[in-house]
Design a protein around this ligand. Structure first.
Ligand code: AMO
Length: 439
């Protein structure tokens, strides 16, 4: 028989149960992380969204009916009413001696994945059971850090006169060139899921001057790497009356500030992930290398040849990461491998574009944009795109579009790195990859 919630309400989260509450009566609610029955003594680790506390159930100390009722399965959903006692060896330096218990929901005898923290189940199995898996202390730490990143990004950008925008995710035609789009039915017409807020954020930089959006984008790439997803969450920034150099400065200051906030507000999460000595506040400005300098480093130091004009291969990035392990910029990429909206350099072989790298990992791309309509139409034609398909976008360039520049940063890529994770899927609550559509 399961208990009813009735008028029981949590008085605290586990993290708030500290020595100051000694001898006070509290109500906690959560799940059974661990349960050991030693005969006359039972130990229960109750976890909630913020961590865990120990509940000690000793025969003769707790009422007999409560002692007898205290038989739990892993991840049973329970509430405990009890008194806080000082106990050095327990998490938080306290234990709870129960006066009453509610068992609100039971779990099967055997859970599909390990939830005690003693072993780590295979990632695919964990993802199959994600809502359960997300309760692990490691996942709690990862997603607390993610929350801090988003909060801190907003804080920094609002303090710097940016306006938060939201742009459509259902679009009528390609944003970035027609490839990698997911088609959908929009009533009786074909439409697409957006692959980037690019065009809308450019348009809105001509309205609100400094804009940002943090939102989903969709990439129909059949990539099977540890850094590619089909549904991504991207920070998009766009600034008017600015060029690439302004974005380089804003972005490094943002990264610097966000990591400072993570260390200030989420040090325990970093510690749980054993990243407290690795995820350090980086010095700014970040080193800047041109594409030409980078392919030379890859050639001279890594002994890998990149033909001028080619993208940098994964193998070359991996080797480069050994040479340049921190944050650094790669600027002035060949125009031939950049999208139509990127401004060519004075020497038009090159472009006013950049990537922010973290070692081997690409975190962002961005650059100065073309703001002249005729030049943009020429660029579309040169990339083999039909300017007619961009008609409504191009029209906005008739009405005084300012010079502008911007950047897009993949949140999950950055989180993967900040938390020292192996696979980007670990940095997303419900990842979408070519194989995974559920849960
Ligand atoms: P880009 O296509 O480089 O640029 O995307 C921006 C950033 O998003 C992340 N990202 C991905 N992360 C996981 N899986 C993927 N499949 C994936 N694709 C991209 C990366 C990448 O750096 N409109 C431009 C940005 C701009 O110029 O402002 C754009 O979308 O971290």
């Amino acid at each position: 028989m399961l208990d009813e919630l009735e008028n029981w309400r949590k008085t605290h989260y586990t993290k708030d149960v500290s020595l100051e509450l000694a001898e006070k009566e509290i109500i906690l609610g959560g799940w059974v992380r661990n349960f050991r029955d030693l005969g006359g003594l039972k130990f229960l680790n109750l976890q909630d969204k913020y961590g865990e506390r120990q509940v000690t159930i000793k025969k003769g100390v707790v009422p007999d009916d409560i002692f007898n009722k205290a038989i739990f399965g892993y991840q049973d959903c329970i509430m405990i009413k009890g008194t806080v006692k000082t106990f050095n060896k327990a998490p938080g330096g306290v234990e709870i001696i129960p006066t009453d218990i509610k068992i609100l929901n039971k779990t099967p005898e055997k859970l599909p994945i390990d939830m005690t923290g003693e072993s780590i189940s295979a990632l695919d199995l964990r993802l199959d059971n994600r809502a359960l898996d997300l309760r692990s202390l490691k996942n709690q730490a990862i997603f607390e850090i993610r929350g801090e990143i988003l909060k801190s990004i907003r804080k920094y950008l609002f303090n710097n006169y940016f306006t938060e925008i939201t742009t459509p995710k259902i679009i009528g035609s390609a944003t970035e060139g027609g490839t990698e789009l997911f088609p959908i039915m929009f009533f009786d017409r074909e439409a697409f899921l957006t692959q980037s807020a690019q065009l809308y954020k450019e348009q809105l930089s001509g309205v609100y001057e400094r804009v940002f959006e943090i939102s989903h984008c969709f990439r129909a790439e059949k990539s099977h790497t540890k850094r590619h997803l089909c549904e991504i969450f991207v920070l998009d920034i766009e600034m008017a009356f600015a060029d690439m150099s302004d974005i380089l400065r804003i972005l490094e200051e943002l990264i610097h500030n966000v990591i400072k906030d993570i260390r200030k507000n989420q040090l325990d999460s970093l510690k749980l992930l054993k990243m407290e000595n690795k995820t350090l506040v980086p010095e700014i400005p970040f080193p800047r290398y041109t594409y030409d300098e980078i392919i030379e480093i890859i050639d001279k130091k890594c002994d890998i040849k990149i033909e001028w004009g080619e993208d940098i291969s994964t193998e070359a990035y991996r080797a480069l990461g050994d040479e340049l392990p921190g944050y650094y910029y790669i600027t002035h990429w060949p125009m031939s491998i950049k999208p139509f909206y990127i401004m060519p350099s004075k020497d038009p072989k090159y472009s006013e574009s950049f990537d922010l790298q973290m070692g081997w990992l690409e975190l962002t791309s961005g650059g100065t944009r073309v703001h002249n309509k005729e030049q943009l139409i020429t660029a579309l034609n040169e990339k083999g795109l039909n300017p007619k398909a961009f008609d409504s976008h191009l029209r906005t360039f008739d009405f005084g579009m300012p010079p502008h520049a911007g950047v897009g940063l993949g949140i999950a890529r950055w989180l993967t790195f900040l938390c020292g994770l192996e696979d980007i899927r670990e940095a997303v609550m419900y990842p979408r990859t070519p194989e995974r559509l559920t849960p």
